[in-house]
Design a protein. Structure first.
Length: 319
């Protein structure tokens, strides 16, 4: 039996063969190696972000055993932070194969093959064969993540730069390159949008009140911008400013602003920053005074009189 260490060495030799250039397999078009998300936006120096390098629509019948790429970036704009292995190849290790070999290198500063002021992250992932030097079905197919790379922004806005894929290769068991396409990414550093506020959900409670009764008027305020800011909410009654309140909100934050008023009889048109409602203040219906004491007993006296008359009539009839 051959040792696993031997086949790690074999895999490294195959990796070197990839870098040296290989014959291109003419079958099975359609696979893509791409940067996701395709467009990354940041707003300030010091921010970090990650991109996934993914393979898509890989045909399992081409018998893939290895994939490589290099991602080129501008050193004056971005700084490499870290990488993490993807899990796409791991799910296809089977039948005694010795796992997945991942190779990463990110220090190519000064490499004459790169544009001036640029660096790259090189990554290769390969399924190691079994101890007899064989690979087994099922071979990698479909779509998945090869690697996740994290960068830190070191420039000031506004600036943009491509995230360019190069040296991409898909290797099959015949040590032939499988045809594929690539999709680069784009990084953009832009100034954040200033604070912007939306006002919604105007409520008046109660909408019909008595003179002097407290009425609550409320609205929801949301900062839909990308920076913190302050906003003044204005309450108007019949076109005249009644009260104002200032709120300070972080990006995406919301709060409820309340006003209280009490008014005399009348109809009031309420307006809060373009939202409108109507408040009616109506006089209370007066309560009728209680009847005088004698009038309270009149029904009972009438009943007694009727009974007396009835009894007298009955006596007279019997005589």
């Amino acid at each position: 039996m051959r040792s696993g260490v031997l086949w790690v060495s074999v895999a490294l030799i195959l990796a070197s063969a990839i870098l040296a250039g290989l014959p291109v397999e003419t079958a099975a078009q359609g696979a893509t190696i791409e940067v996701q998300p395709e467009h990354v936006v940041a707003h300030a120096a010091g921010e970090t972000f990650s991109v996934d390098i993914v393979v898509k629509d890989l045909d399992p019948t081409v018998n893939t055993i290895g994939i490589q790429f290099a991602l080129v970036y501008n050193l004056s704009i971005l700084e490499f932070v870290e990488y993490k292995n993807g899990t796409f190849m791991d799910q296809f290790v089977n039948n005694g194969e010795q796992g997945v070999l991942n190779v990463e290198k990110h220090d190519f500063i000064g490499d004459p093959t790169l544009p001036e002021g640029h660096n790259k992250v090189f990554f290769m992932t390969m399924i190691l064969p079994d101890e007899d030097g064989k690979w087994h079905e099922p071979f990698p197919g479909g779509s998945g993540t090869l690697c996740t790379i994290t960068f830190k922004v070191v420039a000031e806005s506004p600036v943009s730069a491509p995230l360019t894929l190069s040296e991409t290769k898909i290797l099959n068991v015949d040590v032939s390159e499988v045809p594929h396409t690539t999709k680069d990414g784009l990084f953009e550093l832009v100034a954040p949008r200033p604070a912007e506020f939306s006002v919604s959900n105007l409520k008046v409670s109660p909408k019909e009140a008595k003179p002097g009764e407290t009425v609550t008027i409320s609205v929801d305020v949301t900062n839909v911008g990308e920076t913190s800011g302050s906003y003044t909410v204005t309450l108007k009654l019949n076109g005249v400013t009644e009260a104002t309140k200032e709120v300070t909100l972080d990006p995406g934050a919301s709060t409820t602003v309340e006003f209280t008023v009490s008014k005399d009889v009348g109809t009031y048109y309420i307006e809060v920053d373009g939202l409108a409602e109507t408040l009616r203040v109506v006089a209370a219906t007066p309560t009728p005074p209680p009847p005088p004491p004698m009038m309270t007993w009149l029904p009972y006296i009438a009943i007694i009189i009727v009974i007396v008359i009835a009894v007298a009539a009955a006596v007279l009839i019997r005589r």
